[in-house]
Design a protein around this ligand. Structure first.
Ligand code: FMN
Length: 379
């Protein structure tokens, strides 16, 4: 299921085109907008979220609440475009406004400098407009469509925030507990850790500094055999890692015990296999995080993803002005201090995309009824 996204951060709109969805998938537009509202919330977000109130419009591929089997196009209009039309228009822009909006004190940790050199630009705006995490709004909208496809098969995705700048929530949570994280400020489940994380973000904001963190994403109900051991490019763990690494600011992905596998012995890490008539094959532990040999093994999928601190600092880092080559303080546009709550929503959306694609690859199907029957027939 190919997904293409397009759109600049302050351009007219963001667009997603999803190809190869089967016909008769019920689309709940209110839930798409619910996910978009969650992406805009959380403690530590910047002023942009006050300007935008994201709502996705379904432009193609859905009729009477159901997919037709044709490409589904989603669109989110940028409300901020009204303030940027003179500088961002596809036609001739007003050069004075363009000058005012130009960014040349390139920001460390951003795509600014490398993008300018690569694309022959003298204004980092021509790079940052696409590099911006605003693009994740449309990925969340598309992700909700994929989630609805997976839910029709009984596959659920949840998650929470495990760490913010060194403050950790190290609880062990049942899948059913995860939804509570969406009702908190930072996205943690442990009340004390949540409070400390909010205090940390407030202190960083005061100091002109920023934070990143770690989220845990879990998938319940995916049967075994998705992904493919036979072809390296179709291994489910590699596809999940690639999808999650494509989100702005992601610097690490762990499946199951992740980096801890290196600290422990084989006996301590591998999940022993049992069988009884009632359960069939089963395991009592899930250190593999639900994936063995690049395929889902029927256990919960457990993924942890690390986000670096937001690179735009209100008390800017040292840099160089692009044209004069003089030392400068990096530009600071209005910016988030910590976007970990939003990031968790985005990571769920990307996991939904990767898994829906893996399901479609294995099961095919022109209609949702065919997909559901093929899924039900699997062991
Ligand atoms: C949800 C989310 C919100 C973000 N908000 C900001 C922001 O307000 N300011 C900023 O400088 N970077 C922000 N970022 C991070 C940058 O987009 C990202 O670090 C930058 O594009 C460079 O990409 P890289 O970190 O993947 O190398 C955000 C990232 C995410 C996922």
């Amino acid at each position: 299921m190919k997904l293409t996204t397009a759109g600049e951060s302050h351009g007219k709109a963001l667009i997603a085109v999803i190809e190869e969805l089967p016909a008769h998938l019920q689309i709940n537009a209110a839930e798409i907008n619910g996910a978009l509202a969650l992406r805009q919330s959380g403690y530590g977000r910047g002023a942009r979220q006050k300007i935008e109130k994201d709502e996705a419009e379904i432009l193609t591929g859905v009729r009477n609440g159901e997919t037709l089997g044709s490409p589904v196009t989603l669109c989110i209009y940028n409300k901020d475009y009204q303030n940027w039309e003179a500088a961002m228009s596809a036609g001739a822009c007003d050069s004075e406004t363009m000058q005012k909006k130009a960014l040349t004190k390139v920001r460390p940790g951003h795509a600014d400098l490398t993008g300018m050199l690569k694309f022959g630009q003298e204004d980092a705006r021509n790079i940052l407009e696409r590099a911006s995490a605003r693009e994740t709004a449309i990925r969340v909208a598309a992700g909700e469509v994929y989630r609805q496809y997976l839910l029709a098969l009984g596959v659920e995705i949840g998650g929470y925030v495990r760490e913010v700048c060194g403050i950790k929530d190290e609880g062990e949570y049942a899948f059913e507990d995860l939804a509570k994280a969406k009702t908190t400020g930072v996205g943690m489940l442990n009340v004390e850790a949540e409070k400390k994380a909010e205090e940390k973000i407030a202190a960083l904001k005061k100091a002109g500094d920023t934070a990143g963190g770690v989220v845990e994403i879990r998938v319940k109900g995916l049967k075994s055999g998705f992904g493919n051991v036979m072809t390296y490019a179709e291994k489910l763990d590699s596809l999940l890692a690639a999808g999650l690494m494509s989100i702005q600011a992601v610097k690490g992905v762990e499946i199951g015990a992740g980096f801890a596998v290196a600290e422990r012995s084989g006996k301590e890490i591998h999940d022993e296999i049992f069988y009884n008539d009632e359960k069939g094959f089963y395991r009592n532990t899930n250190r593999a995080g639900g994936i063995e040999g690049g395929m889902s093994n029927g256990e919960e999928i457990v993924i942890r993803v690390a986000m670096k601190p937001i690179p735009t600092l209100m008390k800017g880092l040292q840099t160089v002005e692009f044209s004069s080559k003089e030392t400068a303080v990096a530009a600071s546009e209005r910016s988030d201090v910590c976007a970990i709550f939003a990031f968790e929503i985005i990571a769920e959306a990307v996991v939904a995309q990767v898994l829906a694609d893996a399901v479609a690859k294995r099961l095919g199907g022109d209609t949702m009824e065919q997909v559901q029957k093929r899924y039900a027939d699997l062991p």
